[in-house]
Design a protein around this ligand. Structure first.
Ligand SMILES: [Zn+2]
Length: 135
């Protein structure tokens, strides 16, 4: 995976979630086919923290079941960074449990130059991939 395709309507929805969740991080999963996102699965941030997120395991399993039922791939996970840059934190790297998934990090701030960024975090490496917003 070297890029993500994100429909504008879903992009707007993600940023809306990130803003609504302030001052804490929002989080969720992204489903679709190959690198094309077609579905957003918002989740609860049980830490309700401005610098960390954790999806309650039963909720996570429920989303995985839904992905399977809808025959969608897990393309990635998303969360927001209410404070600081929307680039992976040390904690994000430490907890990157899905080496094949893209980690989308959102900025809820109106003046962010790139409010939606995506990274591959396999084996402690950080590789940014491009996000193509399509109409
Ligand atoms: Zn983070």
């Amino acid at each position: 995976m070297d890029s993500l395709i994100l429909p504008r309507s879903l992009c707007d929805e993600l940023l809306e979630q990130a803003r609504r969740a302030l001052p804490v991080e929002c989080c969720g999963l992204l489903g679709g086919e190959k690198n094309e996102i077609s579905r957003i699965f918002p989740a609860t941030n049980e830490l309700a923290s401005p610098t960390a997120f954790e999806i309650p395991p039963p909720e996570l399993f429920g989303i995985f079941r839904q992905l399977r039922a809808e025959k969608l791939d897990l393309i990635g996970l998303y969360h927001s960074h209410p404070t600081g840059e929307n680039t992976p934190s040390a904690r994000d790297l430490e907890r990157a449990y899905y080496p094949d998934a893209a980690y989308v990090i959102l900025s809820p701030h109106q003046d962010a130059s790139q409010p939606v960024r995506a990274f591959l975090l396999a084996r402690g490496d950080v590789q940014e991939i491009s996000v193509e917003i399509v109409d």
